[in-house]
Design a protein around this ligand. Structure first.
Ligand SMILES: Nc1ncnc2c1ncn2[C@@H]1O[C@H](COP(=O)(O)OP(=O)(O)O)[C@@H](O)[C@H]1O
Ligand SMILES: [Mg+2]
Length: 369
């Protein structure tokens, strides 16, 4: 039987639109921006890659966030694996046929057929290696490569970020007939820094697109399943929409909330959200999350959740109440940087805020007791 966990929304039309956009501007990547946990990776995996395959392209995925300290190696590794996948069947058959007939005696003399001429080794330098791998892969596949670089803002944080972006840009431009690229980014600030730093090579390079949240279709699927489980009950789509917006359009979280509502037989969405947020399980999750940073950072999070200016005199004074803290502006600033890197905080044009609106609310409730 289908469960809430099986509910997935596919977006093939969106994938087609992006592929068409890529085809219309060879050499120019798309950079899909959206906050964390709204479905970027899921989309690459379930919609964009299949769409690309259908169009005869070979999708190659690299998660740069997972390999923050060596992003270009992560990318090269993904390309090498794709190349291996294409070569394995051919070379295995080749090996079987070749080994037994290495030497053939002709009238007593021995003719050494030797090995096939080896492919030239790949260059050592990661940038040249990237170029060589893309070319080889496209030639092997006999079609275009779609590079999918997840969480690309990580490049802006890597030690050798700028030259690396330069080589990526050069390869994508030089090989524009063979390769297309889609990036994703979770940090608007990081992405903007990467794309717009004056003089940086990514300047005006990629087309930055706001990646759309899942629409009401996803909520309708949840509501339909709810009514299947509880034939006499229904969830109002408007209320679901409000709830979804309140939790920042995170589908996995929304599914969990509706699942809990279903278990309790609750149909009032705001009640369901309140129950979910105050459940022992969720409180434990947030407490564990908070205890991954020190008490000073937790204090800074509280301040930002309350919408107070984190570097004001009043804030510094209030933070002084935390045992062992000697708050200074620079201490607050480095705490904010740390919290951004940890995914707790995001910066947008509206200012620095908590990435997770529910965590913000949890902190607020803790303050007001
Ligand atoms: N289209 C979708 N339909 C159903 N669930 C989704 C969908 N997209 C994402 N999710 C759920 O949300 C979770 C987080 O999505 P993910 O793609 O990892 O977010 P992001 O890459 O933006 O951080 C996924 O693990 C999945 O459970
Ligand atoms: Mg992701």
């Amino acid at each position: 039987m289908k469960t809430f966990d099986d509910i997935e929304l596919r977006r093939p039309v969106l994938a087609q639109a992006y592929l068409a956009l890529l085809a219309a501007q060879p050499g120019r990547p798309l950079a899909l921006f959206a906050p964390r946990r709204v479905g970027k990776t899921f989309f690459l995996d379930h919609d964009l890659a299949p769409g690309a395959r259908q169009a005869g392209m070979l999708p190659v995925y690299a998660d740069l966030w997972l390999h923050k300290s060596a992003p270009i190696e992560a990318l090269n590794h993904a390309l090498e694996e794709a190349l291996d996948d294409l070569q394995v069947p051919a070379s295995r058959a080749g090996k079987l046929a070749r080994t037994p007939v290495k030497k053939i005696g002709v009238l007593g003399a021995s003719v050494d057929l030797g090995d096939e001429p080896q492919r030239r080794a790949l260059p050592e330098s990661p940038a040249l290696r990237l170029d060589a791998l893309v070319t080889r892969l496209a030639a092997r596949h006999k079609g275009q490569i779609l590079l999918m670089l997840d969480e690309v803002q990580t490049l802006g944080e890597a030690a050798d970020g700028v030259p690396l972006v330069a080589s990526l840009r050069a390869v994508l431009h030089k090989r524009r007939g063979e390769v297309r690229a889609v990036f994703t980014g979770s940090s608007q600030e990081g992405l903007a820094r990467l794309m717009n730093t004056a003089g940086a090579p990514m300047y005006q390079f990629a087309q930055i697109i706001d990646f759309p949240f899942l629409d009401d279709e996803f909520l309708r699927l949840l509501a339909d399943h709810f009514s299947k489980v509880h034939p006499e009950k229904a969830l109002a789509l408007d209320d679901l929409h409000q709830g979804f917006s309140k939790i920042g359009f995170k589908p996995a979280l929304m599914r969990d909330v509706v699942k809990a509502m279903s278990a309790e037989g609750v149909t009032d969405v705001s009640q369901g959200l309140r129950n979910y947020m105050t459940s022992d399980h969720q409180v434990a999750v947030w407490q564990a999350l908070l205890s991954s940073v020190d008490t000073f950072d937790q204090g800074v999070l509280q301040v930002i959740a309350r919408g107070e200016p984190p570097m004001s005199q009043a804030t510094l004074q209030a933070l002084g109440a935390i045992p062992g803290s000697k708050p200074t502006i620079s201490k607050v600033r480095s705490s904010i940087e740390k919290l951004k890197r940890g995914g707790f905080l995001s910066k947008t044009i509206a200012g620095t805020h908590l990435d997770d609106p529910l965590l913000a609310e949890f902190l607020l409730q803790r303050t007001t007791g």
